[in-house]
Design a protein around this ligand. Structure first.
Ligand code: ADP
Ligand code: MG
Length: 363
């Protein structure tokens, strides 16, 4: 039996590094997707190839962490995590194609995991709740690949809907649809890929997580989600930890305010929150770069309602909410600023909320 299954990349509208602090985030699924064609057989091996990687790579169904490296590790990790959760999946031949940019912070990794997971589950005739699917995909990334990431990427790839953002509450692990179609109010969502890759950010990510944990411990709370105002952070004596925590506490507030602004189709207010989020990531959480700061600032200066880096940081993409009549000006201004500063030319595209993981190649 041939199964075709696909899953999208995602862009986070607001709520950065809040997932592991049990806070809020507001992603959309992207129109770009990773597709899997899977032909199952009775063997105990998965032969997997990707248009982006070398291959085919042999993944024994009984694989263990440490065995399969590089890109195929994400596939092996899904097989392993499924089996750990007690689900028997078949072997066979799997080929992967994708138009999700890799390493740009658009979560090609979650798109890959969720597409592979969906193909395996469909082939085995297993129905699994999407929250549980997200946890299995996350476990593959955390424990097999060894990337300590939160649950945001997988939830966004699995729960995306056209014209909807998702308000995720990581404390209760719930996902709520929030209408997001700015184009119907004359506002464009621009995705600006800096083309600076976020490689080697793992140590910084771990350091941010540790800072947040220390701040929560200093306050005697289980997570920074329990802190609702930045003034409560005075008890965090370490100045760096206090700034990191201030980003998380204020970012959670901005997510909720952004949901309210979007509900009122107030993209001026939503944009201002995006700009404030960028400044918080720049000054308090220190995960932006001068390159990304320049892109975000020049977009706002040229008439964007707001702009912010999206994703884990240290590279990747900036998103901007732009009145339709200013899209050309903003694009030109960003390209000019980046060129004058001697950085690589960014890729500027319009994007929108697409559908989540599912059968077939498209949403
Ligand atoms: P991001 O998720 O932001 O794109 P990551 O570093 O988390 O960046 O994941 C990128 C990695 O995921 C790639 O280096 C590769 O190993 C793997 N990957 C993603 N998509 C594919 C694909 N279509 N084919 C092969 N490997 C992929
Ligand atoms: Mg990733």
């Amino acid at each position: 039996m041939t199964v075709r299954y696909s899953a999208p990349g995602r862009v986070n509208l607001i709520g950065e590094h809040t997932d592991y602090n049990l806070g809020f985030a507001l992603p959309i699924a992207l129109p770009q997707r990773t597709s899997v064609v899977f032909d199952s057989d009775t063997s105990d091996v998965l032969e997997v190839s990707s248009a982006l990687g070398d291959g085919p790579v042999r993944v024994p169904l009984a694989t263990k962490p440490g065995e399969v490296a590089d890109w195929a590790g994400y596939v092996a990790g899904v097989v392993w995590a499924l089996r750990c959760a007690g689900h028997a999946v078949p072997g066979g031949t799997m080929s992967i194609t994708s138009d999700v940019e890799v390493g740009s912070g658009l979560s090609s990794s979650a798109a890959l995991e969720c597409a592979v997971l969906g193909a395996l589950l469909t082939s085995a005739g297993i129905e699994l709740d999407r929250i549980e699917q997200a946890r299995i995909a996350q476990r593959a990334e955390n424990e097999y690949v060894g990337a300590p990431t939160g649950l945001l990427d997988q939830l966004a790839s699995l729960f995306g809907e056209p014209g909807q953002a998702m308000l995720i509450d990581f404390r209760d692990v719930t996902v709520q649809s929030v209408p997001f179609a700015p184009e119907s109010s004359g506002t464009a969502l621009l995705l600006i890929d800096s083309r600076a890759r976020h490689a080697h950010a793992g140590g910084e990510y771990a350091a941010r997580r540790a800072s947040c944990e220390r701040a929560a411990a200093a306050l005697g709370v289980a997570s920074l989600r329990e802190v609702s105002t930045a003034s409560a952070l005075q008890a965090v004596k370490d100045p760096v930890d206090a700034r990191r925590a201030r980003h998380i506490v204020t970012e959670n507030q901005r997510v909720l305010e952004c949901v309210a602004a979007m509900a009122a189709s107030d993209f001026t207010a939503a944009g201002a929150l995006w700009t404030a989020s960028h400044e918080s990531m720049r000054d308090d959480f220190e995960i932006t770069t001068p390159h990304l700061d320049l892109i975000a600032a020049s977009a706002v200066q040229a008439g964007a309602f707001g702009a912010r880096m999206t994703g884990g940081g240290f590279g990747g993409c900036v998103i901007a909410l732009v009145p339709e009549e200013r899209v050309d000006d903003v694009t030109d201004a960003v390209l000019r600023a980046v060129r004058d500063a001697g950085y690589q030319e960014p890729l500027v595209t319009r994007t929108h909320a697409g559908g989540g993981a599912g059968l077939g190649d498209s949403a």
